[in-house]
Write a protein that binds this ligand. Structure first.
Ligand code: KIV
Length: 298
């Protein structure tokens, strides 16, 4: 077990997560997308940090997860790595970066592991993704599966809506989960399914299962950083619980700054660098003979 010198906490490993599951201890996972966000979730002592491709929407302003690129996700994941001490770091492989072949999946995942220091990669869906998962595991790359609502292919699922609401649809979710487990995945995320589906799933799974909108039976929970902290205005999915209203505090802070600049309250003396009086006098004398008047630009 390696102990982080600063935090004094043990690094979270896949083995430690399996042990938590065996002991019935809940696992806490949250997304992060940058260095300060990583430092915040690290200080809060979470177990797993996911650089989700939800970054496409939360920090890059796209209207779905589909457009985000490997290069964008690598930059964000590397920044998160620099802000973490002990949590396990998982990176989402973006849409289009792994599905077409085992070779593509391995090449993309190796970039994430080498260039960002991620501990594992997450890929979505069952079907052909199961083969990709098997190939990645064989290449020595830990894999997290993701079933239920899979945002990268939300349009083929009828949009961002709960999955598994009929026995047939639920059994497809569970079969996908079992296939990913058999392929060697170390963890599974299950998103937006009824709790009755999760409870059947849990009786079948040996690997830790992390739920999001999947009820209370999963081994752990994951939420999106911006959702749980209230960084966004407006609505969120049914499963989101807001634990803070950070947006309001941020808007208020920037508004106060704007108002103090305009009213000349900021910067005050305590925010201003001093200069010895004789140096200030000498400087004034150096420029005293020069033509006055502010330079005009343009
Ligand atoms: O991209 C993401 O943030 C995710 C979580 C919602 C699980 O996949």
């Amino acid at each position: 077990m390696s102990i982080h010198p600063v935090a004094g906490r043990a690094r979270v490993t896949l083995g430690a997560l399996a042990a938590k599951k065996a002991a019935g201890e809940k696992i806490v996972m949250v997304t992060a997308y940058d260095y300060p966000g990583a430092q915040i979730v690290d200080a809060a002592g979470v177990d797993i940090v996911l650089v989700g491709d939800s970054a496409a929407m939360t920090v890059l302003g796209y209207d779905s997860t589909v457009p985000v690129t490997v290069d964008e996700m690598i930059m964000l994941t590397a920044a998160v790595r620099r802000g973490l001490s002990t949590p396990l770091l998982v990176a989402d492989l973006p849409f289009g970066s792994y599905e077409a072949s085992d070779e593509l999946a391995i090449a993309t995942a190796q970039r994430f592991i080498k260039e960002t220091g991620a501990d594992a990669v997450k890929i979505e869906r069952g079907g052909t993704t199961v083969d990709r998962a098997r190939a990645l595991v064989a290449a020595g790359i830990p894999v997290v599966g993701h079933v239920g609502l899979t945002p990268q292919t939300a349009s083929s699922l009828g949009g961002y809506r709960a999955q598994g609401r009929t026995a047939d649809s639920a059994s497809r979710v569970i079969e996908d989960a079992l296939a990913l487990q058999d392929a060697g995945c170390s963890l599974l995320v299950v998103e937006a399914v009824p709790s009755a589906v999760t409870s059947v799933l849990m009786a079948q799974m040996g690997i830790p299962v992390i739920g999001i909108g999947a009820g209370a039976d999963a081994d752990g929970q994951v939420l999106v950083f911006h959702d749980l902290l209230g960084i966004y205005d407006g609505g969120a999915a049914r499963f989101v619980k807001r634990y803070a209203e950070v947006r309001g505090a941020m808007v208020a802070g920037v508004s106060s700054y704007a108002s103090e600049v305009r009213s000349r309250v900021y910067p005050a003396a305590e925010h201003t660098y001093g200069m010895p009086a004789e140096e200030a006098e000498r400087l004034a004398a150096l420029f005293a003979g020069r033509a006055g008047g502010a330079r005009s630009v343009g």
